[in-house]
Write a protein that binds this ligand. Structure first.
Ligand code: AMP
Length: 125
């Protein structure tokens, strides 16, 4: 069920629980600004989610309310994760779903890193 990207942050979302270590995740990277873990339902041979540590609903919320340090730290973390996974040479796709039409299901900003095969058209036609 897609979320309402204009709703206030709800700290009971599944990624907030992962950040609090209330539920496990297959973590691949962590720093002061970001946590990265494997998607539980991978849609490509490599499917990593990168989330900011702060309470942001979506890319929209983060870009409006995130501090310069948080935004810089998060963007650098996404690049670091992709480089560490060896994805730059073969290539990869970044995806952030926002709200209903974006198909966002978890109300904590996450960037999908998808890779490991040619990923085909950017969106379903
Ligand atoms: P989105 O549709 O952009 O909100 O994507 C949510 C993603 O979170 C989906 O790809 C799910 O497979 C993934 N997901 C949901 N719960 C978990 C979890 N506990 N651990 C890892 N990935 C999850």
């Amino acid at each position: 069920m897609p979320i309402d990207a204009t709703a206030p942050y709800d700290d009971q979302n599944v990624f907030a629980k992962i950040l609090r270590r209330e539920i496990p995740a297959a973590t691949v990277y962590e720093d002061d600004y970001a946590l990265a873990f494997n998607d539980i339902t991978p849609q490509a041979p490599a499917h990593i989610l990168v989330i900011p540590k702060g309470p942001y609903v979506s890319w929209d919320d983060f870009s409006a309310r995130g501090s310069d340090a948080e935004i810089a730290g998060f963007v650098r973390a996404v690049g670091t994760v992709a480089r560490a996974a060896g994805l730059v040479a073969p290539g990869y796709r970044l995806l952030a779903n926002i709200g209903a039409h974006g198909g966002q299901e978890v109300a904590h900003l996450h960037v999908h890193i998808l890779a490991g095969r040619p990923l085909g058209p950017m969106v379903a036609r």
